[in-house]
Design a protein around this ligand. Structure first.
Ligand SMILES: [Mg+2]
Length: 375
């Protein structure tokens, strides 16, 4: 029986190819590489599993330092010597020492480890990750790409250049008039693409309602995501009641417990699933189940993770029915996916069928781009 013998954590710098700005501010650019944390778990009989998350504390509170130290000093000691196939037991043990409390407690760190454990389980059982979740329902997934906040013209030109992408995540900044111009210009330049508007908490409820009224004749606008502050569920409700356009919740919903309250408050029409904020694959599926049973539409997204986090999300989302293409935007923003074996054709990604994640991480890149946390 396999036992976990080593857990290594690699804080790694991954370059971005272009500037990325969202409603909460700067994410990264070619001069300011993103911080990613990779996890490598090895068993005593030679199996290796990889996990990853991206640190973006301006989106959620976990830093590169906190993710790295949480895994190294708190999660890893719990897992050493254990059989990786007992995932439910791990989850319970980890949540006993890192309590979810009223949040879900260090979800990014937990998610990075969880992906590595799932990769490992798939390799030990010689089966793809998606089959551990009941099997894929889709052999491939269309991708939705994010358009960083910029002038209306530049955003629209990027949308045009990314054709035939069928859906864009349009980042907006809390200014109804300027954001309306962005949405209309993109729609004119890429009329066949669905527009998934994401405010990243940059709006007041009243201004969000104004934006939605301004663009309600733009048929390709599918929804507005997270218009107001993540804690402001009553503000979400005011926006939802003031618009015919569906409202999606992202930063305001990290767990299935959150979604249960959101359903009761009737403050969202759709929920954005992200592995990072859920703390792991099985936790994320719990949120999906609550959503399905309450007629809340499911949207799939990520946080510009490189290939390991990206493809783990692809496995997960292949088992669900999503309302829109998956917003996993690393292929357009990252200098490297840091993995071989990812197949993307015309903005459609294939769901791998090899064991575990079904890709080969580029360990040389990871070793060559360390972030030194003690300097
Ligand atoms: Mg979002």
């Amino acid at each position: 029986m396999s036992k976990i013998s080593e857990i290594k954590v690699f804080p790694t710098s991954v370059a971005m190819t272009e500037k990325f700005t969202i409603g909460t501010g700067f994410v990264g650019d070619p001069d300011a590489a993103g911080d990613h944390v990779f996890v490598k778990i090895t068993t005593d009989d030679g199996y290796i599993g990889w996990g990853e998350q991206r640190a973006l504390p301006s989106w959620s509170y976990e830093t590169t330092e906190s993710i790295t130290s949480t895994i190294r000093f708190h999660i890893a000691p719990l897992l050493l010597g254990k059989n990786p196939l007992f995932r439910n037991e791990f989850s319970k043990d980890i949540n006993n020492i890192l309590k979810p409390a009223v949040s879900n407690g260090h979800p990014f760190a937990k998610a990075a480890v969880d992906i590595a454990i799932h990769d490992l389980c798939g390799k030990i059982l010689d089966t793809p990750l998606h089959s551990l979740l009941g099997g894929k329902q889709h052999n491939s997934l269309p991708l939705c790409y994010a358009l960083s906040i910029d002038s209306a013209e530049i955003m629209a030109l990027k949308a045009k250049a990314l054709q035939p992408c069928s859906c864009f995540k349009v980042k907006v900044e809390g200014k109804p008039e300027k954001d309306e111009e962005r949405i209309r210009t993109i729609n004119e330049m890429a009329p066949d693409a669905k527009l998934w508007i994401d405010a990243n908490q940059s709006y007041t409820p009243a201004n969000a309602v104004e934006l939605l009224r301004r663009v309600e004749d733009v048929n390709q606008v599918y929804c507005l995501e997270q218009p107001v502050s993540s804690q402001d569920w009553f503000g979400m409700k005011r926006v939802k009641e003031g618009s015919h356009i569906p409202i999606a919740i992202d930063e305001g919903c990290f767990s299935h417990f959150d979604l249960a309250k959101i359903v009761k408050l009737e403050c969202a029409d759709a929920v954005v699933l992200k592995l990072c904020k859920s703390g792991g694959i099985l936790e994320c599926l719990k949120t999906a189940n609550i959503a399905e049973a309450n007629s809340i539409e499911i949207l799939g997204s990520g946080l510009t993770e490189a290939g390991i986090g990206f493809i783990a999300s692809v496995h997960l989302f292949s088992t669900l029915d999503l309302a829109l293409p998956v917003e996993l935007n690393a292929p357009v923003f990252l200098d490297s996916m840091i993995a071989d074996g990812i197949e993307i054709d015309e903005h459609v990604v294939s769901v791998p069928d090899g064991p575990g994640l079904g890709i080969i991480p580029d360990e040389d890149y990871i070793n060559a781009h360390p972030i030194h946390l003690d300097s």
